[in-house]
Design a protein around this ligand. Structure first.
Ligand SMILES: Cc1cc2nc3c(=O)[nH]c(=O)nc-3n(C[C@H](O)[C@H](O)[C@H](O)COP(=O)(O)O)c2cc1C
Length: 172
């Protein structure tokens, strides 16, 4: 696992190659194996590979989402907030785990933040995505994870670049 963490970077440029069905099945398994508080599993996942839908989703906020247009896959990670008060944590865990599993299969990925983001002055990113994908109002949207074969290579951080001062022992 540490080997995967050492080489993972956010990838925002993708080749045209689609993701093989076997890999999609593994990504499905990854999200469904994500741990959730009290094992409630409040989350649901919408796998989007339709190019027209990806293009629409890429417009969900003014910055930081356009690259989704060229991804092979977008996984919309949402949850029923009535089922769990820690749905944000549950969705976040699923978001990062699926990124790590994607990386383990040589796929690039990037988290697109949706919760608390705006589509425009009046509409939240969540409301916009809800209308594109017909998601019921009870579902809150945490993120979209964009996935595809990398068309960029990014240097992993070197050990000495990590912020060691962020870690303390026994007291602050
Ligand atoms: C909670 C969260 C939200 C993020 N939202 C976005 C986003 O909306 N758009 C984007 O391009 N990258 C997003 N990222 C990716 C970060 O910008 C990226 O992880 C960070 O710059 C570190 O780079 P690295 O992932 O290559 O190590 C997000 C990452 C996290 C953890």
């Amino acid at each position: 696992m540490i080997g995967l963490l050492r080489t993972r970077r956010s990838i925002r440029k993708y080749t045209d190659k689609s993701v093989e069905q076997e890999k999609i099945e593994i990504l499905k398994e990854a999200v469904l194996r994500s741990p959730s508080s009290r094992n409630i599993d409040p989350w649901e996942f919408i796998f989007v590979d339709d190019r027209e839908l990806l293009k629409k989703l890429a417009l969900c906020k003014p910055h930081g989402s356009r690259f989704l247009e060229h991804a092979a896959l977008g996984i919309v990670i949402c949850a029923d907030s009535e089922k769990s008060d820690v749905w944000v944590e549950d969705c976040s865990i699923a978001s990062i785990l699926v990124q790590m599993v994607a990386h383990s299969m040589d796929l690039g990925s990037c988290w697109i933040q949706i919760r608390k983001r705006m589509y425009d002055d009046k509409t939240t990113s969540e409301e916009y995505i809800r209308s594109v994908l017909e998601i019921p109002v009870c579902m809150k949207i945490e993120s979209i994870v964009a996935i595809g074969y990398p068309a960029e290579s990014r240097e992993p951080l070197k050990r000495h670049e990590l912020k060691d001062e962020k870690v303390r022992f026994n007291s602050y």
